[in-house]
Write a protein that binds this ligand. Structure first.
Ligand SMILES: Nc1nc2c(ncn2[C@@H]2O[C@H](COP(=O)(O)OP(=O)(O)OP(=O)(O)O)[C@@H](O)[C@H]2O)c(=O)[nH]1
Ligand SMILES: [Mg+2]
Length: 459
């Protein structure tokens, strides 16, 4: 972008923020929690024509004041969120989910509406709200907690994590490799070999259900950093860090570089200026994966939530020290359970977050929890069982089979390790429902989501 364009763009953004006409929405969640599907659905709902039948709880639409949303012209140096590709994937036969995200991207929208109150309602034929949303690989989110640790602490943290039952066997080989290394005479080749082994280990963890906390994120999804020396990074065994060795010094340097040159700028650019935040949590997959998974998910959420600033912002605060004034905690992919289980799913999410939230300052923000599906992949109904109606869902399995089944009860309380030992949860993944571009995208409670996140800004 030319300098003048850039200054004009930033000027417009600042004016918008000062006048409370510009909102930055953070869509936060671990890898696979549903961020890309959520953004795709949210943008599609906001830019599609008449949505009154599809968004019954979105006030501005129901009171016929919503005049439509359009994609804003993107700055030329910013990767654009692949909305069209994602919508195209959903229209394929058989329908496909959007691909997992490999780099950051942004989408800006201008929402046009007729104000219902205040001076604007009398003076203007319409008002506008600018909305910025960014998408990024969930793996990168888990880099934020590294800013609170030094290299030594990270090594201790990592090896404590790798000793957990669902990880210990997977990590055994890398542990042996490290134990055999000479700390003072490691060659460049050995350093690279160990980095490759650690990367392979992270990839294995990534495939292990319930192993959420995989750091550093750029080793798994490097984006534009592939091959950068600071990505030669792995946690030495804790006793190896204490010895003041050449290898420990080198890895400490790489760690500090990674924090200063990768994580901090990423945080400052994309997360520090957020106004509102959605935190997507895939509780049902964690239930499928068992007790250790549930505990690790809680730990990951706790670490992440500490990285954000929460609290009501004054007009000046919105400009100079922005903080998040509203948070929506959403149990994603609720369409994997039957509708009468959604209440329990919301309660489970609240229980899930109780521990993580204790350690964050989120109380300063307004919060809400709900069970949602950004893109509904099942339809719900009843089958007769022993003469009684039994709730069920229907959809298409990943193997392309039409299925109708009752996926089971969602516990409204966190199950104990004992309960997990006696019961295997099975909320199975489904393909998206067939869909055509001219039709509204099926969802569960995206209208509630829009009302909560944007309703007060579109009055
Ligand atoms: N049934 C159902 N499945 C969903 C929904 N949203 C996401 N999924 C499933 O979850 C998978 C991951 O969703 P994404 O939106 O790609 O998740 P993400 O958080 O962007 O993941 P990364 O890009 O890897 O960080 C999808 O491929 C779907 O299988 C939903 O609303 N309903
Ligand atoms: Mg994604």
């Amino acid at each position: 972008m030319k300098l003048l364009d850039k200054i004009q763009h930033q000027g417009r953004e600042l004016t918008g923020r000062a006048l409370d006409r510009h909102l930055r929405l953070g869509v936060t969640g671990l890898s696979g929690s549903g961020k890309t599907a959520f953004i795709t659905s949210l943008v599609q709902q906001l830019t599609m024509g008449d949505q009154s039948a599809n968004l019954p709880f979105f006030d501005v639409v129901q009171s016929q004041r919503y005049l439509g949303g359009r994609l804003a012209k993107p700055p030329l140096d910013v990767p654009r969120f692949p909305l069209e590709q994602n919508l195209q994937a959903l229209q394929q036969s058989p329908p496909q989910w959007p691909a997992s995200t490999q780099g950051w991207s942004q989408l800006s929208l201008t929402l046009r509406y007729k104000a219902s109150t205040g001076l604007r309602a009398h003076l203007q034929s319409h008002s506008e709200l600018a909305l910025d949303i960014i998408d990024y690989p969930g793996e990168w989110l888990l880099d934020l907690p590294l800013l609170d640790m030094n290299y030594k602490q990270w090594c201790e943290f990592s090896w404590q994590l790798f000793s957990k039952p669902h990880r210990v066997d997977v990590a055994a080989h890398f542990n042996q490799q490290l134990a055999a290394i000479s700390l003072d005479n490691a060659t460049e080749l050995q350093l690279q070999t160990l980095t490759d082994s650690y990367k392979a280990l992270l990839q294995q963890f990534h495939q292990t259900p319930g192993a959420y906390l995989n750091q550093p994120g750029r080793l798994l999804v490097p984006g534009t950093l592939a091959g950068a020396p600071m990505l030669q990074l792995f946690p030495l065994l804790p006793h190896q860090v204490s010895a003041d060795s050449a290898l420990a010094k080198k890895l400490t340097q790489h760690y500090e570089s990674y924090c200063a040159h990768v994580i901090k700028p990423f945080y400052q650019k994309h997360f520090s200026g957020l106004d509102r935040q959605v935190i997507l949590v895939d509780c049902l997959s964690a239930l499928n994966a068992g007790y250790a998974a549930m505990t690790e998910l809680q730990q990951a959420l706790q670490l992440i939530l500490k990285s954000f600033h929460y609290g009501p912002a004054s007009l000046l605060g919105r400009l100079f020290s922005p903080s998040i004034d509203k948070v929506l905690f959403a149990a994603s992919k609720a369409d994997h359970a039957t509708p009468e289980q959604h209440k329990a799913l919301t309660l489970l999410l609240q229980q899930f977050l109780q521990q993580p939230l204790k350690h964050s300052q989120y109380q300063a923000a307004k919060t809400e929890a709900m069970a949602i599906a950004a893109i509904r992949a099942s339809s719900s109904g009843f089958v007769q069982s022993d003469g009684l109606p039994q709730p069920c869902i229907s959809g298409t399995s990943l193997e392309q089979k039409a299925v109708t089944f009752f996926p089971g009860d969602v516990p409204a309380q966190l199950p104990t390790a004992q309960m997990f030992a006696q019961h295997q949860f099975a909320f199975i993944p489904l393909r998206p429902l067939p869909w055509q571009d001219c039709k509204p995208l099926p969802h569960v409670r995206m209208d509630h989501v829009l009302q909560y996140l944007l309703g007060d800004k579109l009055r």
